[in-house]
Design a protein around this ligand. Structure first.
Ligand code: ATP
Ligand code: MG
Length: 276
């Protein structure tokens, strides 16, 4: 198979007309890949994505062809999928204000040109979920917020409407299912692509801790940073070592690896109701 792309976390191979999307156990913090892998992370994220694709299938078609018809060495952490022409926009939905969305709001009172009420604080719930697209920056550059009109200019009005509709529908369905399990989905990013017949299909990964922020609902409290089932633990640990956020990152001690692995497994189990 031809290796088409090796990202910070995933490797993409071409197999005939299909793609094989392989999730590694690598984890990146502040855009730097850590030297120590987190065992099972690739498998957890792959299985969680597969579970979500099924939960969303009536809202949007997805790219998965098979979770098992993949080379043996990647079994459990790879999918075979349809090769799409990816839409050149990162489709983000936010139900709560945090991260770069919060920073943008503090600067301009809006995110992606969507005006928000004044006086909101970190982790506040938005009156309703908003579509806050960004550019898809090449490696080494940062994604930038773009307005809905920018999306229209990029892909046309008809596609822009669909991107917004699908992104918000995926967020709402995800948030509703997660809420039943005591989890808040603060925000999420999806990637859509065009199939050969021109229809829009959900690609990449969906509603994973690498693409979304998950918070336990019972400890949610606006006005401060939230406990988060994603890389926050590793970010905090790495910052606490005095690391300057430039490569190379420090090696993780065994207990830090174990805590991190346990968080990935826990969010998988909470959301899907299945045991790992
Ligand atoms: P990084 O994660 O390192 O910032 P990245 O997002 O480019 O970079 P990955 O997420 O590791 O890298 O790789 C997945 C790549 O595969 C992405 O570029 C994504 O857009 C692309 N992709 C996902 N699904 C499909 C698909 N069905 N068809 C074509 N490309 C896809
Ligand atoms: Mg990616």
């Amino acid at each position: 198979m031809e290796l088409l792309h090796s990202g910070k976390v995933r490797d993409v191979y071409a197999d005939g007309d299909d793609l094989i999307l392989v999730a590694s156990d690598r984890v990146s913090v502040y855009d730097v890949v850590l030297p120590t892998p987190i065992p099972d992370k690739g498998a957890v994220l792959t299985r969680l994505s597969l579970w979500w694709f099924e939960q969303l299938a009536d809202l949007v078609p997805h790219h998965v062809i098979s979770a098992t018809d993949v080379p043996a060495e990647f079994a459990g952490r790879a999918i075979r999928c349809r090769r799409l022409r990816m839409v050149p926009v990162e489709c983000i939905a936010r139900g709560y204000l945090t991260g770069l969305g919060l920073k943008e709001y503090e600067k301009s009172g809006a995110v992606s040109g969507v005006p928000l009420p004044s006086g909101l604080v970190e982790a506040d719930r938005l009156p309703e979920p908003v579509f806050t697209p960004t550019t898809k920056a090449p490696i080494g550059e940062h994604d930038e917020f773009i307005t809905y009109d920018d999306v229209v200019a990029e892909v046309g009005a008809e596609t822009a409407v669909e991107l917004r509709r699908i992104t918000l529908a995926v967020y709402r369905r995800g948030a509703e299912i997660a809420a039943e399990r005591g989890v808040i989905i603060a925000d999420t990013k999806i990637e859509l692509g065009w199939a050969a017949d021109g229809s829009l299909v959900l690609g990449d990964e969906v509603l994973t801790p690498d693409s979304s922020r998950f918070w336990p609902a019972d400890s949610w409290q606006p006005g401060r940073a939230q406990f988060s089932f994603d890389k926050q633990y590793l970010r905090d640990w790495a910052a606490g070592t005095g690391w300057d956020k430039q490569a190379p990152a420090p090696e993780l001690p065994a207990d830090v690896v174990e805590v991190s692995r346990a968080r990935y497994v826990e969010i998988y189990e909470r959301l899907t109701g299945r045991s790992w």
